[in-house]
Design a binder for this molecule. Sequence first.
Ligand SMILES: Cc1cc2nc3c(=O)[nH]c(=O)nc-3n(C[C@H](O)[C@H](O)[C@H](O)COP(=O)(O)O)c2cc1C
Length: 163
Amino acid sequence: MDPYLAIASKRDERAYAETPVPTEVRDRILDAGRLTGSSKNRQRWEFVVISGPARDRLAEAVYAPENVGSAALVVAIVGEAGAFDTGRCAQNMMLGAWGDGVVSCPNGIRDADAAAEICGGEVRAILSFGYPARPRDPASRSAEEWSARANRKPLSELVREVG
Ligand SMILES: Cc1cc2nc3c(=O)[nH]c(=O)nc-3n(C[C@H](O)[C@H](O)[C@H](O)COP(=O)(O)O)c2cc1C
C-alpha cells in the first residue's frame, strides 16, 4: 500500500473479528516495531505479547477493557523508551499492521502499577490488533478522499510559516 494511502485511511478500530492473527503477520508487526528509530538508537523497549489470563487481567488496567479483551493480538511496549520513541514505535506497528489488513487501537492506561506487574516492566503503550469486525477497504477511496473525510483539524489551523 502507498504510505500516504495507509496513513490517510488508517482509523483506530475497536471492533475485532475473532479471526486469529497468523504468526507471520504478528511477526511483521513486531518487526515494524523493532525497526523503529529511537533516540541515540538505544531501543529501550521490549515488545510484550499478552494473551490468555494475563490479557484478561491487563484489560482491567486500561480505560476501555473491551479494546484489549476482544483483540486478537495485544502488544505492550515496555521499558524505558521516551514518549517520542514510543509513539514512533507504536505507529510503525499499527501502520505495518494496516498494510496487512490488521486494524488497531492504542489504549489509555488506567492502572500503571497493575500493567507493570502483568507485563514485567514499565508499560509505555498497550496496542490492540485484530482483523476488523466490519470489512475495511483502504483502496475504495483515494488517499486524498480519505484525508478529506478524516475527523481532523484542517491544515489551515495547524500550519504556520515563519520566515
Ligand atoms: C495515547 C493514546 C491513548 C488512547 N487511549 C484510548 C482508549 O483508552 N480508548 C479508546 O477507545 N481509544 C483510545 N485511543 C485512540 C484515540 O481515541 C484515537 O487515536 C482518536 O480518537 C483518533 O481516532 P481515529 O483515527 O479513528 O479518527 C488512544 C490514543 C492514544 C494516542
